[in-house]
Design a protein around this ligand. Structure first.
Ligand SMILES: *[C@@H]1O[C@H](CO)[C@@H](O)[C@H](O)[C@H]1NC(C)=O
Ligand SMILES: *[C@@H]1O[C@H](CO)[C@@H](O)[C@H](O)[C@H]1NC(C)=O
Ligand SMILES: *[C@@H]1O[C@H](CO)[C@@H](O)[C@H](O)[C@H]1NC(C)=O
Ligand SMILES: *[C@@H]1O[C@H](CO)[C@@H](O)[C@H](O)[C@H]1NC(C)=O
Ligand SMILES: *[C@@H]1O[C@H](CO)[C@@H](O)[C@H](O)[C@H]1NC(C)=O
Ligand SMILES: *[C@@H]1O[C@H](CO)[C@@H](O)[C@H](O)[C@H]1NC(C)=O
Length: 343
């Protein structure tokens, strides 16, 4: 008598009946009464194939593979409707194994190989564990905020075992450090030093970590980091240098006293190169000496610094002091004793 005759329409209600038929030929013996061997767990990565092995011998009269709800194979007969479940072509007479192709997470769970030998039921249990490499499924978009704002970044990841999520910050100056663990990263009162790339690292030791990056741009008003003049003799080329740090990048204007200077007029050229602006005098004359102001502006604010174009003989190391915005060296330079020191 074949099993299929009793279970022509396999369904969950029939599984118990099927189990009984497979386990019990001597009627009335409970299904779980046979020897049961728990083999090691089988760990398979999602997408790979799992081979469930069952040892048999020549005395075995009936064999079947079952999962929690269904008879998958009874002898050579396939009961599972899932095309991914196949019988392994028996390499040895002593083996009755099935293969699950393209394993997915819902395949995880216990499987039973049920054997009937000399009218004695026996079963081998295996537990299939499905691993999924950590993978980031959603992450915050790159953002631009103003200095002082609060920022919250999000990074969602899947994985089995559950992915561990870590945040790492790469500052624009090239330094980097680990910040925190977890899906969310909160930054209150962000500073310009906290701009840069935020790396989300999701890992679970199944494969290499999945890493994605959010770029946080922090807008801040300009500050003048360098304001330098040169001692230049009449008839020579003179250069005043002004450098501003700002996001977005600063626009520059140059003034002499209240008069704005324009590129190409009055014998000067204005050369803007990224963070810095140069005021170039083609041919310095006596009237050019004096107090100049470099003004740096962006949509966050405005600042300025005074820079002196002075004659030859003035000390070079006083230049640096002109960095202090709004502070002038003109008075210092005009002190006769100061000049005397130079000669
Ligand atoms: C098999 O996996 C189960 C469930 O994950 C676990 O409880 C059990 O300890 C594992 N057994 C072995 C032998 O690894
Ligand atoms: C058992 O196998 C059947 C057929 O392959 C499948 O539809 C069902 O989801 C499986 N159940 C479990 C708990 O793995
Ligand atoms: C990612 O998360 C955001 C915020 O929760 C949501 O609006 C968006 O639809 C998500 N994107 C995807 C691809 O799931
Ligand atoms: C610089 O200006 C002076 C006076 O205007 C002039 O004599 C001289 O030729 C100029 N030098 C150059 C290099 O243009
Ligand atoms: C330079 O800054 C000072 C102080 O903020 C301000 O009073 C002055 O008007 C500024 N000068 C220019 C030319 O913008
Ligand atoms: C130089 O110019 C700036 C801006 O106009 C002004 O604040 C400062 O007092 C001036 N310094 C001198 C010595 O005139």
């Amino acid at each position: 008598m074949g099993f299929s005759g009793y279970l022509a329409a396999p369904g969950k209600r029939l599984v118990l009946l099927g189990l009984k038929l497979l386990f019990l030929v001597p009627a009335g013996v409970p299904a779980r009464s046979g020897d049961s061997v728990l083999k090691d767990n089988i760990t398979v990565r999602q997408g790979d194939s799992a081979v469930l092995k069952c040892n048999v011998d020549s005395k075995v009269s009936r064999v079947a593979w079952l999962n929690l709800t269904t008879i998958l194979f009874a002898g050579n007969e396939k009961w599972s409707l899932d095309p991914r479940v196949v019988l392994v072509e028996n390499t040895a007479v002593t083996e009755y194994s099935i293969k699950i192709l393209n394993v997915d997470v819902h395949d995880e769970g216990p499987y039973v190989c049920s054997i009937l030998t000399n009218k004695k039921p026996k079963s081998t249990k295996v537990h299939l564990i499905v691993q999924v490499p950590a993978r980031i499924t959603n992450i915050s978009r790159d953002i631009t905020v103003n200095e002082g704002s609060s920022v919250s970044l999000m990074c969602l990841a899947i994985g089995r075992p559950e992915a561990n999520i870590m945040w790492k910050h790469h500052s624009p100056r090239g330094t980097h450090r680990f910040l925190t663990e977890g899906e969310h990263l909160e930054i209150t009162g962000i500073t310009k030093e906290q701009s840069g790339a935020y790396e989300c690292i999701a890992s679970n030791d199944i494969s290499n970590p999945d890493i994605r990056t959010v770029t946080v741009t922090v807008n801040y008003p300009p500050y003048i980091s360098k304001a330098r003049g040169t001692g230049t003799a009449v008839g020579q080329k003179g250069v005043l240098q002004c450098e501003a740090s700002a996001v977005p990048r600063a626009d520059f204007e140059w003034y002499k006293e209240d008069r704005r200077l324009f590129n190409g007029l009055n014998g000067v050229r204005i050369e803007n190169q990224g963070r810095q602006s140069l005021l170039v005098f083609f041919n310095v004359s006596e009237e050019d000496y004096g107090n100049y102001t470099c003004v740096a502006t962006n949509n966050m604010g405005i600042t300025n610094a005074s820079i002196i174009l002075y004659g030859p003989g003035a000390m070079h190391d006083v230049n640096g002091a002109a960095v202090i915005p709004g502070c002038s060296l003109w008075l210092v330079l005009s002190l006769p004793s100061f000049y005397l020191l130079q000669f």
